[in-house]
Write a protein that binds this ligand. Structure first.
Ligand code: SF4
Ligand code: SF4
Length: 70
């Protein structure tokens, strides 16, 4: 069975969307599986359960190291 558990998390003490380009989370832009959401630019991002590829792209994309693998 395919595993759709949440595999990544944000440390909201480190996340500051205002430092990201136009307030858009880099993980939203770069996750190949489109598992990151932001209601609006400058809002806090969050991951959704889905078919995470364990690629680590979201972790590497965050300039503030606010994203980690679970
Ligand atoms: S890239 Fe990092 S700092 Fe920017 S919004 Fe996403 S999690 Fe927050
Ligand atoms: S590890 Fe890869 S597939 Fe999984 S949420 Fe991060 S960028 Fe997306």
């Amino acid at each position: 069975m395919l595993d759709r558990k949440l595999k990544v998390a944000v440390d909201y003490e480190k996340c500051h969307p205002e430092i990201c380009d136009k307030g858009v989370c880099a993980a939203v832009l770069e996750c190949p599986a489109k598992l990151w959401r932001q209601e609006e630019p400058y809002d806090l991002p969050y991951p959704i359960p889905g078919f995470c590829e364990d690629c680590g792209t979201c972790v590497e994309s965050c300039p503030l190291k606010a994203i980690r693998m679970l």
